[in-house]
Every structure is written in C-alpha cells, then in structure tokens.
Design a protein around this ligand. Structure first.
Ligand code: SF4
Length: 357
C-alpha cells in the first residue's frame, strides 16, 4: 500500500487511537422524541439546577455520549466537581480522587474518559497502562500539581535524607514517581501514620498538610503549594455567613486554610462531605468547596437546603459535554505516561490503595 506520508512522519496520537479502536460517525444532535424519552430519567435528577428550556440543547449530546460509550466500550470517570449535566448525565463512576483511582483499577472497559483534571487522567493511565485514557481537554490543570516538580522532590530528599515523602494525589506522574506513597484528602492522616516514623513530608498542599498535622503526633513538613479554589475562602467570610444565618451547618474541604476549617462544623474530603450531609440531613448546609458539589448532591439529599458560597475551579470547568463527545468520536486527547515513570508512580499509588483495602 502506498502511503501519502513519508516513512519518518509521526502520526497524531488521535489517528493511532482511531486505528486501534475504529472510526465512528458524528451523531445527529437533534432533540427527537426518542432523545426526550430516553433522557427523561436523567432530567429528573438535574431539574433543580437546569431549567427545562435548556434541556433540549443538552439532551442530544448526553444521549449521543451514552450511545458512543457502549460502541467504544468506554467508561466515564467523573470527579465530584464536574457540572451536573456530566455528573448525572454521562458519568459511570463519580467520586473524589481516591474513589476514581480505585475504580480505574477495576474497570474492564477498553477506553477510560477522565472527566477531571490532568493529574487524575495520568493516575488512571498509571493504573491501566494497557488502556486508552482520554481527557476531553488536556489544558485542565491544577494549581497544586503545578506547584512542584520531580526535581523539587529530588532536592527535598537530598536535603532531608531518611524523611519519607508523601504526595497528595494532586501531582504529576513524574512527582509521584519520586515519592514514597500517595494520599488523598480522604486518607491523608491514615497514610501519615501508616509509615511508623516521627517525621514526614506531605506535599504539595501546605493547608492540607497543616490540617493533617493537627490530627496526628507525627511531625508533618510542608511544601508551599495551595489550591487556588480553596485558599480563597476566609474565616471572616464563614463567621459572616453564620451571623446572617445562625442555623446553617458549614462543612469545609481540608484544602482550605486551617482557620477556615476551625470555623466549620465538619471538615472532610468531597466524599466525606457528601456522606456527612446524607447522614446528618441538616435543614440548611453550606459546602465550602468547588461550586458543582452542592449542585450534584442536591438531588440525592431531598429536604436539605444548600446555601452556595462557592468558588469555581477554572480547570475542572474546561471539561464540557461537547468536549466529551469529541473525545469519544475523535479519540482525543490521549494521555500517555513514560513507562519507567509510570512504574515508579504506580508503586506510590498502589501502596496507598492497598492501605485502603
Ligand atoms: S479545585 Fe483546586 S485542587 Fe482541585 S483541580 Fe481545581 S485547583 Fe486543583
């Protein structure tokens, strides 16, 4: 066969992925009776947040993605910060970083579409080297992941020989590869205490590290990173909300500064925040975290009134329904990790997962 490309021309990753998984046609996105009927149960879950007038514009894409997922044998893993149309409309698995990492090890799908930020897609690839992992927009970064490099970790180790380095899951694969074990905000205290030492580094979130340090006798050394969403909340802001509405329960994410966590009735990972609301069923609750959390759990917690003083994560919001559809049609953007780096990073992630199980 004669190819129009020269022998040494590098073909785009998406073309190679289509070779492996086959080509599909771009679906018609009309709002037909069939689409209305088949997406009606989904609309029930999001009607508190998406006006009926907007549904005909969203439903055809949701319907098309759900059909394409089957054709491609794909699974969609979506973080709790995705918008409700993604979270309730197309996701197969929803959760925090730890839940998504664990589910990534269990899936039998050929293709994983990661609806979250880039380090999450890398984590899925690390755990599933033989699968095709796609992220609908590879520009979806994270201020925490970008605050530290593999060279920084090597320098920390050189200056602090013998001190284990725990990395929050919000780091690149290259950083994970240099660390001893991973953690998430769900299990950080447990991971710190599992190492049986007096001193550890917990990188890169200085606020998570400070919040963890208050719950353990282990000395926790920090890196100067922060989440641009959670560091914006202030203790005064929370006191003002309480003054305005003394009955409201306030729950905060541990990426918030410690003085903010001190003002909250409860602090925990996104999963723990959801579990807390489901268990306590407060009449009114304020989630001090990313905006979409409250929108997503509202339909699962009837009778709870959500007050929404949230901050948006611009990186998470890069992931949209139309980009998910493009990802499944065009098999883009594929996430790859150097196998040597992936092997070392996998060790750190699996050490954490094995602790959990
Ligand atoms: S919310 Fe914060 S930690 Fe999460 S992806 Fe956005 S910037 Fe990163």
């Amino acid at each position: 066969m004669i190819s129009s490309r020269s022998a040494c021309e590098v073909r785009p990753a998406a073309e190679l992925a289509i070779d492996r998984h086959g080509a599909v046609n771009r679906p018609d996105l009309a709002y037909t009776e069939e689409v209305a009927r088949e997406t009606a149960p989904i609309y029930e879950k999001v009607k508190h947040i998406i006006p009926a007038i907007e549904w005909p514009a969203l439903a055809p894409t949701i319907h098309a993605i759900n059909k394409l997922k089957k054709e491609r044998n794909a699974v969609i893993l979506a973080h709790n910060y995705m918008t409700p149309d993604i979270y309730h409309g197309v996701a197969d698995v929803v959760g925090d970083s730890l839940q998504l990492a664990i589910e990534a090890t269990r899936t039998s799908a050929d293709v994983i579409v990661q609806c979250g930020v880039h380090f999450m897609a890398e984590t899925s690839k690390i755990l599933n080297p033989s699968k095709t992992v796609l992220i609908p927009d590879s520009r979806a970064g994270c201020s925490l992941a970008e605050s530290i490099t593999a060279e920084d970790v090597r320098a920390l180790r050189e200056r602090n020989p013998g001190v284990p380095i725990i990395t929050y899951v919000n780091t690149s694969a290259a950083v994970k590869a240099e660390c001893d074990i991973c953690c998430t905000s769900s299990n950080a205290v447990e991971v710190v205490e599992s190492l049986g030492v007096d001193r550890v580094f917990l990188i890169p979130d200085k606020y998570l590290a400070a919040n963890v340090a208050r719950k353990t006798n282990v000395e926790v050394l920090v890196w100067d990173g922060a989440c641009e969403v959670h560091e914006r909340f202030t203790a005064q802001e929370l006191r003002d909300y309480r003054k305005t509405d003394p009955d409201v329960k306030i729950i905060a994410h541990p990426e918030c500064p410690p003085e903010v966590v001190d003002e909250a009735d409860f602090a925990g990972s996104t999963k723990h925040m959801i579990d807390w609301v489901k268990e306590k069923k407060p009449a009114k609750v304020m989630m001090i975290t990313e905006c979409s959390m409250a929108d997503n759990v509202a339909s699962e917690t009837p009778g709870v009134d959500y007050i929404r003083p949230c901050n948006l994560c611009p990186h998470m919001k890069r992931i949209t329904l139309s980009k998910i559809l493009d990802a499944l049609i065009e098999m883009k953007e594929e996430v790859t990790v150097d196998p040597a780096v992936a092997g070392l990073a996998r060790r750190a992630v699996e050490r954490m997962i094995n602790l959990k199980s």
